[in-house]
Design a protein around this ligand. Structure first.
Ligand code: NAD
Length: 366
């Protein structure tokens, strides 16, 4: 019996609500497939602060180190927003986790079912079949981490601030590989986004990506696009892309734009892959919904669990190599939603179901 060892960190507000239902879905498929689920639930974020004095308790980090993957909920909310910025749940939990596991590749599917096109701010005629793309963002390099990074006072008394954008070939090649592997499971088209008409790092990015694909993935169609154009093209015709990948800051902005055009945050999953491999010989990863803790609807049992369930499916795919099972869960979510079972965020005038009823419908389609 194959054993899946993972840490479950539900977090705050709707985090535990959607996680409970996700674990029910996982238990269901595990039982049917003869998989052993070996998971441990631990505090993170506000729950970590309240129960252990910090957002990423040592015991939680230890648990993650013993695991093959992390299934993460979401953290933060009004209860902790007056803490100093460095102690805030999101910053003090997610950043150290990214650092501890060198989570360098953020993969976000931009998925909008045909039946949900009304959730998108784009005109329905631009996306008659919905949206189905993937955005991959480099997560540990670039201008957010490059040194020097400082604010100094000049001789004339003015202040001057500096950030440094820096990339080396190995960092570019490893994210290019994630894009290639993702594209091979789809339509084998990759668009690399940069600003090679202005930035030195982007010139190296484009050269490295071109050489890497020519040498290692000649069967994949590679195109390049400047980031300003990519931002426009995403809003004009998102489906012209299949897999797009880019450096940290460009990806931060483009992946949020993609989330908006795909409608409800309740449907948006994500994966962050690390450099290390787990005991299955697959990438260690952290899997979480793209949205936050939704304090406005927490405690009512109405949050949409789909994003968390789809994140769990990504965990099965990337960290456990269970592609078929991941596909089946993704298909069950789609079928449940297309059959008209909807939580409030995607109901559009239909009667809304509860978090639990949404999960029940997904389980019924598995
Ligand atoms: P949010 O994503 O929590 O909510 C924005 C809107 O989307 C709300 O109206 C909410 O009800 C809705 N929404 C989000 N997820 C939903 C779901 N699963 N089902 C139905 N509706 C859903 O963003 P926010 O309000 O800006 O942030 C709330 C808190 O979450 C903040 O403390 C923020 O720091 C934190 N946050 C955490 C993460 C994370 O843990 N990775 C990410 C983003 C925000």
């Amino acid at each position: 019996m194959s054993k899946l060892t993972f840490a479950v960190l539900p977090g705050d507000y709707i985090g535990p609500e959607v996680m409970t239902e996700t674990l029910r879905v996982l238990e269901h498929v595990a039982q049917k497939e003869g998989l052993e689920l070996d998971y441990t639930i631990a505090d993170v974020g506000g729950a970590g602060i309240d129960n252990h004095g910090k957002a990423l308790p040592d015991t939680t980090l230890e648990l993650c180190r013993r695991s093959d993957a992390i299934l993460f909920g979401s953290v933060g909310g009004p209860k902790w927003e007056n803490l100093p910025p460095k102690e805030q749940p999101e910053r003090a939990a997610l950043l150290p986790l990214r650092k501890a596991f060198n989570l360098f590749a953020n993969i976000r599917p931009g998925l909008l079912y045909k039946d949900l096109v009304d959730a998108s701010p784009l005109k329905a005629e631009r996306i008659p079949e919905g949206i189905d793309i993937v955005c991959i963002r480099e997560l540990t390099g670039g201008i957010y981490f490059g040194q020097p990074k400082a604010t100094t006072t000049l001789d004339n008394g003015e202040q001057q601030a500096i950030d440094t954008m820096v990339y080396k070939t190995s960092e570019i090649e490893r994210i290019a590989e994630v894009a290639a592997v993702t594209a091979k499971g789809r339509s084998r088209r990759v668009c690399s986004v940069d600003k090679a008409n202005v930035l030195e790092t982007s010139v190296l990015w484009r050269k490295t990506v071109t050489e890497y694909f020519a040498k290692n993935h000649p069967d994949i169609e590679l195109t390049h696009m400047y980031v300003d154009n990519a931002a426009m093209q995403l809003a004009r015709d998102p489906n012209q892309f299949d897999v797009l990948f880019t450096e940290n800051m460009f990806g931060d902005i483009l992946s949020d734009e993609m989330a908006v055009i795909c409608g409800s945050l309740g449907m948006m999953s994500s994966a962050s892959l690390g450099t290390g491999t787990n005991s299955h010989g697959k990438p260690f990863g952290l899997y979480e919904p793209a949205g936050g803790t939704a304090p406005d609807i927490a405690g009512k049992g109405v949050a949409n669990p789909c994003a968390q369930i789809l994140s769990a499916a990504m965990m099965l795919r990337y960290s456990f190599g269970l592609d078929t099972l991941a596909d089946r869960i993704a298909a069950a979510v789609r079928t449940a939603v297309e059959s008209g079972v909807r939580t409030g965020d995607i109901a559009f005038g239909r009667p809304a179901v509860s978090t639990k009823e949404m999960a029940d419908a997904i389980i019924a389609h598995l």
